[in-house]
Design a protein around this ligand. Structure first.
Ligand code: MG
Length: 373
């Protein structure tokens, strides 16, 4: 089997709002082969930039477009192709959007391999620890107590989530509000797990320490991204001074960035995004690195059913994942881009599919309706 084309389809809802919601657009990756099997992937990044990285012609030996690197290769040599992409695009893909583009392709290559051999990706990367995973509800932080109560009531009504994460939105404006909002969240969710995602908005370490001390009283299950990802020393000293677990990693690409955050940022939970960290290939290595240090991996996934499909396959195959981030933003793409969107069962768990590959099928009608390039 040989790769014949790598297609990047830019998909975007009619209006993009300036809020922390990555499910308003996406770059769908389609890797085509001469045997008629097409691999599906997705990238949570800037879709048009991803498209350029895939399609750009070669400048020289260390600066080649990803598509040109892959044409004619056997797509089932997934790890070899990861290294080939990394090596021949080294001048521009060592981190950030180059790794994002590689991530979507990597997911698609695993999808092809699973379809070729009739196996779910979890079986190809070590086999299954579990058949389903508890889901937590991931939402943006509202401005008021009334909005928090209404949001939790809305989600409680149809799902038995195993926890709630409030992130970004109204957080990070001032100290008093950061404390008060989390008190309201605790009242709204009761004894359920409560996670708070500051969305990198804290800049002052002492501010962070004071607010985190207040959060200890609310028994926060984890505190996510209090600082920007490059402020590893501040993560480290906050971890040394509070009892709440710190979580981070959704912006990181490659194992090298996770190694620094684990060892110097001292986080207890790493959150690679399969569509940004280097794909399933890299996420498996990051899971092993976290396991070696006694830490959890709970992936970031705030996009469409394609990313959920890939994420579930990794979660199935690693010992140190205990929850699935369930994007509760209700956008047309998050709910409808794949047929048979992953839903929670009555116990708040999501079943991990045993279908070949990542187990998703694209809804062509939605893809074509919102296709922009
Ligand atoms: Mg986050």
């Amino acid at each position: 089997m040989k790769i014949t084309d790598v297609e990047v389809v830019v998909v975007r809802q009619d209006e993009v709002k300036m809020i922390g919601d990555g499910s308003q657009d996406t770059a769908v990756i389609l890797v085509h082969t001469d045997e008629g099997i097409t691999g599906i992937g997705e990238v949570d990044s800037s879709p048009e930039v991803v498209k350029a990285i895939v399609e750009t012609p070669a400048s020289h030996d260390q600066c080649r477009g990803l598509k040109e690197i892959l044409i004619g290769e056997d797509p089932t040599n997934v790890e070899y192709l990861w290294h080939k992409m990394y090596h021949y695009s080294y001048y521009y893909t060592r981190r950030s959007v180059g790794i994002h583009a590689m991530s979507g392709i990597d997911i698609a290559l695993w999808d092809i391999t699973g379809k070729k051999y009739g196996l779910p990706v979890s079986k190809l990367i070590g086999g299954k620890f579990r058949d389903s995973i508890p889901a937590y509800c991931s939402v943006l932080m509202p401005e008021t107590k009334e909005e928090i109560d209404a949001l939790v009531a809305h989600h409680k009504a149809d799902c038995n989530y195993h926890g709630y994460k409030f992130g970004w939105g109204a957080l990070g404006q001032n100290e008093e509000k950061d404390v008060k909002l989390v008190e309201y969240c605790r009242e709204a969710v009761g004894d359920n797990r409560l996670m708070i995602d500051i969305g990198m908005r804290w800049t002052d370490y002492k501010y962070a320490l004071r607010v985190s001390k207040e959060y200890e009283k609310q028994k926060i299950y984890w505190l996510e991204e209090p600082f920007a990802p490059d402020r590893t020393p501040d993560f480290g000293r906050l971890a040394d001074n509070i009892s709440i677990s710190l979580a981070s990693g959704e912006e990181f690409g490659t194992m090298y960035e996770f190694q620094d955050m684990l060892d110097n940022g001292k986080v207890d939970i790493v959150q690679p995004d399969m569509s940004r960290c280097g794909g399933i290939t890299m996420a498996k290595k990051i899971a092993d690195m976290a396991y070696l240090r006694g830490k959890k991996l709970i992936p970031h996934a705030f996009k469409t059913g394609i990313l959920i499909g890939a994420t579930l396959q990794l979660i199935a195959a690693i010992p140190n994942a205990d929850m699935l981030e369930y994007c509760a933003q209700e956008t047309v793409l998050s709910k409808n881009l794949v047929k048979h969107h992953f839903k929670l069962d009555k116990d708040g768990n999501v079943t991990i599919p045993d279908l070949p590959g990542i187990g998703v099928e694209i809804n062509e009608e939605i893809l074509n309706k919102y296709r922009r390039a």
